[in-house]
Design a protein. Structure first.
Length: 161
C-alpha cells in the first residue's frame, strides 16, 4: 500500500516585484495553512517523507503544516521537480520514489495537483484550491507502478470556514 498526500500551496501575493518562485503567502494563505493543519491533525497519519517545491509559497505552506502537525523537520526535502504546473514532473517524481516509503506528503502547485488528483484518484475535483489537500491511496508496493488509486480524503479551506 502506498499513500500520497498532495497539498497545494496557500494563497500567494502578486503585489511584490519578485520572481514567481519568491512570491510570499498572503495573510489568508497563512491562516488557511493553520486551518487545514488543524483539520488534518485530528486523525492525520504521519508521512514517512515530506517533499516541497522550492517556491517560497509552497515551502512556507509546508512549514506551517509541519509545525502544526508536529512533524519532524528531518523528513523534509526540497524537490525542484515539484515546481511543476503540468503534472508531468510531479508524476515522474512520485513514480521515482524509494519503495521503502509508504506514505509521502508533497507540497506544490496547480494545475499539476488537480491533474494528478483526477488522474490517480477516485473522486473528481474541478480544482484543488490553494491550501487544498488530497489524500490518495494505492494498492501497490511500488511507486513506479502507480496508475490509479482511490481518494481517501479531500480537505479544502472553504469547507472549514
Amino acid at each position: 500500500m502506498k499513500e500520497l498526500i498532495l497539498i497545494r500551496h496557500g494563497k500567494s501575493s502578486w503585489e511584490y516585484d519578485v520572481s514567481d518562485k519568491d512570491r510570499p503567502l498572503t495573510e489568508r494563505g497563512i491562516q488557511d495553512g493553520h486551518l487545514v493543519a488543524q483539520a488534518l491533525g485530528k486523525e492525520f497519519p504521519a508521512p514517512d517523507a515530506i517533499y516541497s517545491s522550492p517556491a517560497n509559497r509552497a515551502l512556507h505552506t509546508c512549514c506551517i503544516l509541519m509545525r502544526e502537525l508536529g512533524l519532524p523537520l528531518d523528513r523534509l526535502r526540497l524537490e525542484e521537480g515539484l515546481y511543476d504546473f503540468s503534472g508531468a514532473s510531479v508524476k515522474a517524481f512520485v513514480r521515482g520514489l524509494d519503495n521503502s516509503l509508504g506514505r509521502v506528503m508533497i507540497f506544490g502547485h496547480n494545475h499539476a495537483f488537480t491533474l494528478v488528483a483526477n488522474a490517480w484518484g477516485s473522486r473528481h475535483t474541478d480544482n484543488v484550491p490553494t491550501t487544498g489537500c488530497v489524500h490518495l491511496a494505492f494498492d501497490t508496493d511500488s511507486w513506479s507502478g502507480i496508475r490509479h488509486g482511490r481518494t481517501v480524503k479531500m480537505v479544502f479551506p472553504k469547507q472549514l470556514k
